[in-house]
Design a protein around this ligand. Structure first.
Ligand code: GLU
Length: 454
């Protein structure tokens, strides 16, 4: 059958075999529709039933996770690990602890991770996991007990050449530490089964900074094709986690002016530029709401979520040249996209996973004077540096910050180049969504063909 018919048949089947998973369906729709020009050229993917296989996780584990809170009450959560694809390497991908986590969300994230990891050029397969647990407002003791309970099941799946989780939303250095401690206790192994570890026990320098730094390196590569640069440009950033903080840091290093950050309580607009030290103190040390920012910075404005127009994040209304959505999926819709563009924005580089919805992406791609960097390419610096951490663990060595950062920069350039070259190969030069999807898919699909029907 023709490529369009093949793709549509598989998409229709996803609805049947994975009902009520709209976010996974959205991610699959974007990737599959982009593969049409490749399938028009190559019949082998259809012949080997690659789409039917690649949309199905190799293994999904769902487990009960119980811990006792400080009040002595038993709290019960769903734990998950979706091991999506291991054609090109051990499963790799983060763990998300957030109340919105469910199988739909983790399948979307795991699916994206396959192609993202492939684009890095490193040998890592795709996976994602997590729990519908909210670390916000919990004591250290509660976090520790939850992480230990979660690891009691996760340890049965992971290992340094098997499946290597890391952080994502709600999982940072503290949570990785508690989980690693429990992993060691259960397995008696000190190996690289988790990444994002502490620096004195196997972590890599520059891992914390990597996603944000990588995203700005990617933006810079995109702008070079338009003979533009970040220097002197106003930028908006959403989110206030690891990705957003180090995007802000790198933007300053490039001479740009980041004006905003946001969290679940609202956003901060600081016309003088976000105070990086204050942001780090509030989010990395005190772990408090961005509301606190304006107590120290009188010229800045805090807009609470309750004031957002029809639920839209207000950061997209601030005039800027470049936007870095670094919070979560579907945080930027068509109206946001139009507002950004009409206010002069000419670049969106995604630090989060799938922050722009399908209509917003279509709008950005329709503008010839616009650079759009999709998350699976632009935010791959985090997982790439996780793979560098795995390499250091395997060789019992640790590299300097400069060495890791240089490798990261080269990897981001490689991801941009392969995506750009592939977009050219398929006669849509500069469409990085198309280029990234085809390039990421092709490597994995060819490996699947080589390895037979498993
Ligand atoms: N959670 C990050 C991502 O979305 C990092 C995963 C990792 O380092 O394994 O890519």
């Amino acid at each position: 059958m023709g490529s369009t018919e093949y793709i549509n048949r598989v998409l229709k089947n996803i609805k049947k075999i994975s009902p009520r998973q709209p976010i996974f369906y959205q991610a699959a729709t974007e990737v599959l529709n982009n593969l049409k020009p490749l399938f028009d050229r190559e019949s082998k993917y259809q012949k080997h039933a690659i789409l039917e296989r690649i949309i199905m996780p190799e293994k999904t584990t769902i487990f009960r996770t119980v811990y006792i809170n400080d009040a002595g009450k038993a709290c019960v959560h769903f734990g998950y690990r979706v091991e999506f694809n291991s054609a090109i390497g051990p499963y790799k991908g983060g763990l998300r602890f957030h109340p919105t986590v469910n199988l739909d969300v983790l399948k979307f994230l795991g699916f994206e991770q396959i192609f993202k990891n492939s684009l890095t050029g490193l040998n890592i397969g795709g996976a994602k996991g997590g729990a519908n647990f909210d670390p916000k407002g919990k004591s250290d003791g509660e976090i520790m007990r939850f992480c230990q309970s979660f690891m009691n099941e996760l340890a049965k799946l992971i290992g340094d050449v098997k499946d290597v989780p890391a952080g994502d939303i709600g999982v940072g250095g503290r949570e990785i530490g508690y989980m690693y401690g429990q992993y060691k206790k259960l397995t008696s192994r000190f190996d690289g089964a988790l990444t994002g570890k502490g620096l004195s026990w196997g972590g890599s320098l520059a891992r914390t900074e990597a996603t944000g730094y990588g995203c700005v390196y990617f933006a810079d590569e995109m702008l070079k094709t338009k003979k533009q640069e970040l220097k002197g440009k106003k930028c908006v950033v959403s989110g206030a986690g690891n990705v957003a903080i180090y995007t802000v840091e790198k933007l300053y290093q490039y001479g740009a002016l980041p004006l905003t950050v946001s969290d679940s309580t609202g956003y901060v607009y600081d016309k003088d530029g976000i105070d990086l030290d204050l942001l780090k103190k509030l989010k990395e040390v005190d772990r408090v709401s961005l509301k606190e920012y304006v107590k120290e910075k009188k010229q800045a404005k805090f807009v609470p979520v309750s004031d957002y127009k029809t639920g839209r994040n207000g950061v997209w209304d601030i005039p800027c040249y470049a936007a870095f959505p670094s919070a979560t999926q579907n945080e930027l819709n068509l109206e946001d996209a139009k507002t950004l563009y009409n206010n002069g924005c000419r670049l969106v580089c995604e630090g989060a996973n799938m922050p722009s919805n399908l209509e917003a992406i279509e709008f950005f791609l329709s503008k010839k004077d616009f650079c759009f960097g999709p998350g699976k390419a632009a935010n791959a610096g985090g997982v790439a540096t996780s793979a560098l951490e795995m390499a250091q663990n395997a060789s019992m060595s640790s590299w300097s910050f400069e060495e890791v950062d240089n490798k990261l920069k080269n990897i981001m350039k490689h991801i941009f180049d392969i995506s750009y070259e592939t977009s050219k190969e398929f006669n849509d030069a500069g469409n990085i969504v198309l280029g990234a999807n085809i390039a990421g898919f092709r490597k994995v699909a060819d490996a699947m063909i080589d390895q037979g029907y498993v």
